[in-house]
Write a protein that binds this ligand. Structure first.
Ligand code: PEP
Ligand code: MG
Length: 585
């Protein structure tokens, strides 16, 4: 048995077969062929191209119905590149004229093409180089490991498999969503990377930062994933398997017990109403939201609508998507966050992919205000969708109040245009701001008077406060929501909201993590938004909590100087309040 360790980012236990997603480009062999083998080599190259074409065609035919509508065009681009003579014919010339092996001929041609793309002015075209690289990688894999069909499988049946990968991009995450994968293990990534967020939203165990996982695990090998402890066991003995099966069934029983809370009110033991909302990425996520009886949607990450496609969705398509969500929520509020592209969410040439430090670059509201051609259609679509039910608009990554004024002005202009054209929308559209940059948290009292609500995005707030890149596994160990500076910034923001008489929510991952619920209630948080899978467990904690009592406890935590003391206080409180659940994943 082999045991590998990483950071558990989504709890639970999964036992199943591995599916190893190898993305690394293989080392390209280079040699000169004897003359009599040249035509065989040409044939080998052409067969690899044909196999690549057939795979892509099959993937296209199996796109899940839940994938965004334009996923097909993403694959069509790859098919077009594959057919281009620059890829399918130029290497043949090099094989014949220079007597190169097929891999070398293709790799040389691919470098030439990437150079051409990189020199292009247009950022969209410049970004097409990624597609060229992906197509070339596919042909290379078909040349070097012709029997390997794992990429095809990624688009077909992965039900019950544990996906082991170097990393998963947000775009992969969309494709893998709703495919019944039973767990994720990645060698890179941090607890608030989008892979981790995806796993939690799917309610499946996940571990990130498991060094060597793609090297040591083979597809079809039996694995155990313990998402709470961050342990991956490969080929475990019978007794160990039996122990994990027993623990898994304890967890299942606990979850079944939580199901009973679906229709119960989210009211604390001392009678305070706490709003429990859900985070979604795509309209298809609504089903899970309705299943747990959430009070509404506290974060709709609209940028996911922009992924896996060539062109961004226009106003009409966005209007349809938002309206669908709003109608499905039947009168419960839907908080639509405006585009948060850039940073780790790069989409086809939009965002600062060339920036030295994308997390600090042209991201989110900065990007939207820099070029309003993307922002205006979204604002129009959100305002129009308000005709179908209660909508709240939320601005991500604010760092100065001027950004609020500019967005408010744009909303005013958009409303005036729509009114002039006789288009219907709700009179009142509450506008809120995300507090996810320390500058905004420290000065939350300056933002609050101009907004209708605040929402704390702890994923980024922790990243920026503690200066740890949320997707860099080498600094994962520093990630800590209980860092005193983070707790103080949360408290400052809640107080600023209170001072201005507006609600303060939290929609970062911390809001859905049961370890922190009691502390947050004690700090005065009244609205939590999380992945739907966490909602019932949080509701159980709310219902058993006396918030006045927790406020006294939170005051002690705010006083605690040392991190160890702070952790001990929070652990002690959780164990005291709920001893029977503390050992469950
Ligand atoms: C956050 O930063 O906490 C947040 C909710 O936004 P995202 O994770 O999409 O950046
Ligand atoms: Mg954020």
């Amino acid at each position: 048995m082999l045991s590998l360790h990483g950071k558990g980012v989504s709890s639970g236990i999964s036992i199943g077969k591995a599916f190893v997603l190898q993305r690394d480009r293989p080392e390209v062999p280079e040699y000169v062929l004897p003359r009599h083998l040249i035509e065989d080599e040409v044939e080998r190259f052409l067969q690899a191209v044909e196999r690549s074409r057939a795979q892509l065609q099959r993937i296209r035919n199996h796109i899940p119905s839940t994938a965004p509508a334009e996923t097909a065009s993403f694959i069509d681009t790859h098919l077009l590149i594959l057919q281009d003579t620059m890829i399918s014919e130029e290497p043949v010339k090099n094989i014949r004229e220079r007597q190169w092996n097929a891999e070398l001929a293709l790799d040389t041609q691919s470098k030439r093409l990437v150079d051409v793309f990189e020199k292009m002015e247009d950022p969209y075209l410049r970004n097409r180089k990624t597609d060229v690289i992906q197509v070339v990688d596919r042909i290379l894999r078909n040349l070097m490991t012709p029997g390997d069909d794992e990429h095809e499988r990624l688009s077909t049946d992965l039900s019950g498999y544990i996906v082991v990968a170097t990393d998963l991009t947000p775009a992969d995450a969309v494709l893998l969503k709703h495919r019944n994968i039973s767990a994720f293990v990645t060698t890179l990534g941090g607890p608030i990377s989008h892979t981790a967020i995806l796993a939690r939203s799917l309610d499946i165990p996940a571990i990130v930062g498991v060094h060597g996982a793609t090297q040591y695990v083979r597809t079809e090998e039996e694995l155990i994933v313990d998402g709470k402890r961050g342990v991956l066991l490969v080929a475990a003995e019978r007794e160990i398997l039996a122990e994990f099966r027993r623990r898994k069934s304890d967890i299942d029983r606990f979850r079944h017990h939580l199901e009973l809370l679906k229709t119960s009110e989210s009211v604390s033991a001392d009678g305070q109403r706490i709003s429990l909302m859900a985070n979604i990425e795509l309209p298809d996520d609504i089903k899970a939201v309705l299943q747990v009886g959430a009070d509404g949607i506290g974060l709709y990450r609209t940028e996911f609508l922009f992924m896996n496609r060539k062109e961004p969705p226009g106003e009409e398509e966005q209007y349809e998507a938002y309206s669908r969500v709003i109608r499905a929520l039947s009168g419960k509020p839907v908080t639509i966050r405006t585009l948060d592209l850039g940073g780790d969410k790069q989409v086809n040439g939009i965002g600062s992919s060339q920036a030295v430090n994308p997390a600090l670059g042209l991201r989110a509201v900065r990007l939207c205000l820099n070029d309003t051609s993307l922002f205006r259609p979204q604002l129009r679509a959100i305002v129009r969708s308000s005709a179908h039910g209660p909508v709240r608009l939320m601005i991500p990554m604010l760092s100065n109040v001027g950004e609020v004024f500019r967005v408010l002005d744009l909303i005013k202009e958009v409303k005036a245009e729509l009114s002039d054209n006789g288009v219907r929308f709700a009179e009142r559209l509450p506008v809120g701001g995300m507090i996810e940059v320390p500058a905004a948290a420290i000065a939350a009292d300056l933002f609050a008077p101009h907004l209708d609500f605040l929402s704390i995005g702890t994923n980024d707030l922790i990243q920026y406060t503690l200066a740890i890149d949320r997707i860099d596994d080498t600094v994962n160990y520093l990630y800590d929501p209980l860092h005193p500076s983070v707790i103080r910034l949360i408290k400052t923001t809640i107080d600023a909201g209170r001072g201005a008489g507006i609600p303060v929510a939290m929609c970062g991952e911390m809001a859905g993590d049961a370890r922190y619920t009691r502390l947050l209630l004690g700090l005065g948080l009244t609205e939590f938004s999380m992945h739907p899978a966490a909602l019932l467990e949080i509701k159980q904690i709310v219902r058993s909590s006396d918030i006045d009592e927790l406020a006294g406890f939170a005051a002690n935590v705010l006083q605690a100087g040392r991190m160890e003391a702070l952790h001990a206080l929070v652990d002690e409180l959780n164990e005291r309040a709920s001893p029977e659940n503390t050992n469950l994943s």
